[in-house]
Design a protein. Structure first.
Length: 173
């Protein structure tokens, strides 16, 4: 884990890098603080129609840093180019929302993904009624926000004929 001058939302003097031991799904931090491991993916996205920096979040996904995006979570991303070109990386053992000090507990990880194309799924009205919009990260030049909604509404919509744009469903297990 590293923190650096002029990165993140805190005033930090210089650059400080530390390694913390992880045993039995627990991170052993300073002063006897033990933090449970909660694996998550920092970067996941499809190729956008127009080029962008990999550091930037956007409709395509990208550097999202959503701490709920971990084991058995689901994310819906648009498919803008043939083949989608899904990319995944920047895995963390744990991270608070926002990755406010520019870095989380970085770790290597093996990720298994199931991708399903959902054709003709229209969601804007549904999201306006049952979605919850919140900020997910503040450290990158582009700030990130996510829209969460109860999956039960999507299940009902998938069972019926739909109209709209193509979306991709990612389930991480």
């Amino acid at each position: 884990m590293c923190v650096r001058l002029n990165c993140g939302v805190f005033d930090v003097a210089g650059c400080h890098c530390r390694r913390f031991p992880i045993r039995d799904n627990t991170i052993f931090f300073d002063h006897g603080i033990e933090i449970p491991v909660k694996m998550m993916i920092g970067v996941i996205g499809t190729c956008p129609a127009e080029s962008c920096e990999t550091q930037s979040p956007g409709e395509h996904g990208g550097n999202l840093d959503i701490n709920e995006l971990g084991i058995c979570s689901t994310i819906y991303l648009p498919v803008s180019v043939p083949g989608a070109r899904l990319a995944i990386g920047d895995c963390h053992a744990v991270q608070g929302d926002g990755e406010t000090a520019i870095c989380a507990m970085e770790v290597s990880a093996a990720v298994t993904v199931r991708a399903t194309v959902l054709k003709d799924a229209q969601a804007s009205m549904l999201l306006s009624l049952v979605g919850n919009l919140r900020i997910s990260q503040v450290v990158n030049p582009k700030k990130g926000c996510i829209m969460e909604f109860p999956k039960k509404y999507l299940s009902a919509a998938i069972d019926k004929k739909k109209t709209g744009t193509t979306q991709k469903c990612m389930q991480v297990c």
